[in-house]
Ligand binder design. Structure first.
Ligand SMILES: Nc1nc2c(ncn2[C@@H]2O[C@H](COP(=O)(O)OP(=O)(O)OP(=O)(O)O)[C@@H](O)[C@H]2O)c(=O)[nH]1
Ligand SMILES: [Mg+2]
Length: 294
């Protein structure tokens, strides 16, 4: 069989995590319309009779303007070392930017098979797609147009990726889909609901600390106790809302998704805490799990 690691890279918000979730067939990474949703390297594994692909989801390429961003960008750079193929995800409906051109040059120059997934074709014109394919046809890379949202041409993309992988044994057990713990996913679900509900800079300055993640003795209910860390007192006030309305609403959405994910009831307690400018503090980044070797 064929097996290997595939780094999934591209600009922030291109649709990398959505595409990985569809390819793997399970939600291994959170998704939102805001750039910089993914902060960590996350593995999503797809196993079939013919191949096993270990996708490495990465933080999207974005101008680093604080220490957290720099750590995220390093995570992405490091993720491309030693992979068997690179899947460059391009938001085709947004057009090819100079950043895309430079990044595609960089990855195709690495002498690793590179596949360009032109995604979001469900919301764009065919003529734009054709002109983009023409422009990219000179690159040393296979081009596959897809829609992750409408699950269009994803099987074709998997065929192309697997064809580029070396022959080898499975890297993971048959039933493994992610390298992340349930506790990590629970904290990510909380962050996803905040990304979806709140506007402007607030969601980007949020981190989650899980204080308790335990199954009650009856085996039916998970007790989850977490802190939502924000950067400023006015952010805390917005997160909590009038009479606690906002935090109640966002916690209720998160709880419902956590229950779906865990297959059990969840008893969720949330607190909002302030850690001033944590995105620029090396020690706080470490405490919050965003150190470089994370
Ligand atoms: N219409 C359409 N929207 C999509 C498609 N794929 C992703 N999206 C949307 O694009 C937005 C970004 O998706 P993500 O998967 O979070 O993008 P990402 O590249 O992982 O972003 P970062 O983690 O921030 O780098 C979300 O609102 C998705 O719903 C698609 O095929 N079609
Ligand atoms: Mg992502």
């Amino acid at each position: 069989m064929k097996s290997g690691y595939v780094a999934v890279v591209g600009r922030a918000n291109a649709g990398k995590s959505t595409l990985i979730n569809v390819m793997v067939g399970e939600k291994v990474a959170i998704v939102s319309p805001k750039p910089q949703t993914t902060r960590d390297r996350i593995l999503g594994v797809l196993t079939t009779n013919d191949y096993q692909i270990a996708f490495i989801d990465t933080p999207g390429i974005y101008k680093a303007d604080n220490m957290l961003n720099s750590v995220m960008q390093k995570t992405t750079t490091d993720s491309v070392a030693d992979v068997d193929a690179v899947l460059y995800v391009l938001d085709a409906h947004d057009g090819i930017s100079d950043t895309d051109r430079a990044l595609i040059k960089k990855y195709t120059g690495l002498k690793i098979p590179t596949i360009l997934a032109l995604t979001k074709i469900d919301i764009m014109s065919e003529s734009l797609l054709i002109s983009e394919i023409k422009e990219l046809s000179g690159e040393n890379a296979e081009i596959v147009p897809v829609s992750a949202r409408k699950n269009r041409n994803v099987k074709e993309l998997l065929k192309v990726i697997s064809a580029h992988l070396p022959e080898g044994d499975k890297l993971f057990e048959q039933d493994i889909v992610s390298d992340r713990s349930e506790k990590f996913m629970v904290s990510e679900i909380m962050r996803e609901k905040i990304l979806l509900k709140f506007e402007k800079e607030i969601p980007h300055g949020i981190a989650i600390i899980i204080n308790k993640f335990a199954l009650r003795e009856d085996g039916k209910v998970y007790e989850v106790n977490l802190d939502i860390v924000c950067e400023k007192p006015n952010h805390k006030a917005i997160l909590i809302g009038k009479g606690g309305k906002a935090i109640k609403e966002v916690s209720s959405f998160a709880r419902s998704d956590m229950e779906k994910f865990l297959g059990k009831k969840v008893f969720l307690t949330t607190y909002v805490k302030i850690k001033e400018d944590w995105r620029n503090s090396a020690s706080l980044l470490k405490e919050l799990g965003y150190s470089e070797n994370h």
